[in-house]
Design a protein around this ligand. Structure first.
Ligand SMILES: [Fe+2]
Length: 263
């Protein structure tokens, strides 16, 4: 069993309130790092209520940039409809909850078990959806232009030491992704003991959600295995989608995240 989540410490280290990674309007990446690169402005006063201002982050690549592995229409709908829907529902759920609206999405996820019961399930689903997708977009890149290949450096060393090497990791991660019944995510995480491990979570849960999930930790790499992520191109063939996805994994971004999480 992994040690308790270290995500609060990770949030502190990485300045979770700074919206970085995918800038809100320009689509340019910031050199800074965040626990989850997502758009966020300050909560606004509207009609006497505080309105959360989580925003749909732009992609740092074109919708067709991950072809032929992830098709253009899937990217457009996934980002523009599904992810946008999570953001809208999250902001709506947090209306009037000023203390929660002021937090970063990573902080919301890490403390989701403390939310008022009336909004807990909605924020868990939609806040998780916002966090997970914001992260997912940044951990992919066009093949040959950041995407594909194998991890190098410190991440490769850790995968070898903690998981038995890249081939074993790939097999076990794929098993986690295939074994997730229904909708959810497969994860490569860093535990409180600073070791890597693989797990999966249902729906839009993620390993940041301490007190909620069985595998708390800091997510380093995540794979969306909801059907909305692959059905248009792969229909029911989740194994084919996973095989293809390895071609667009942005290993430099994953390693950067790993190095910062392990500090
Ligand atoms: Fe998704």
């Amino acid at each position: 069993m992994e040690k308790p989540i270290d995500s609060r410490e990770f949030l502190k280290q990485t300045d979770a309130k700074t919206p970085v990674g995918v800038a809100e309007k320009t689509g340019q990446s910031s050199p800074e790092h965040s626990e989850c690169p997502t758009g966020k402005t300050s909560p606004e006063q509207k009609g006497g209520h505080v309105v959360a201002a989580f925003q749909l982050p732009d992609l740092s690549y074109a919708f067709d940039a991950l072809e032929p592995y992830i098709d253009t229409m899937t990217m457009q709908i996934h980002h523009g409809k599904h992810h946008a829907g999570y953001v809208a529902n999250l902001n709506k759920a947090l209306e009037g909850h000023a203390d929660w609206a002021a937090r970063s999405i990573g902080e919301v996820c890490a403390t989701v078990s403390k939310l008022p019961e009336a909004i807990r399930a909605t924020v868990r689903n939609n806040g998780g959806g916002h966090y997970n997708h914001s992260l997912f977009w940044t951990l992919m890149a066009p093949t040959g232009n950041g995407g594909g290949g194998e991890p190098t450096g410190e991440l490769a060393d850790a995968i070898r030491n903690d998981l038995g090497g890249f081939a074993v990791f790939k097999t076990e991660f794929t098993k986690a992704a295939l074994g997730r019944f229904g909708s959810g995510w497969a994860w490569l995480c860093l535990g409180g003991d600073k070791k890597l491990y693989i797990c999966s979570t249902p729906n839009q849960d993620n390993p940041m959600m301490t007190g909620i999930v069985e595998c708390p930790g800091v997510p380093i790499l995540g794979l969306d295995v909801w059907e909305h992520a692959y059905y248009l191109k792969y229909q029911n063939r989740r194994p084919d989608y996973i095989d293809a996805w390895w071609n667009v994994v942005n290993w430099p971004a994953v390693e950067d995240r790993f190095v910062k999480a392990r500090r």
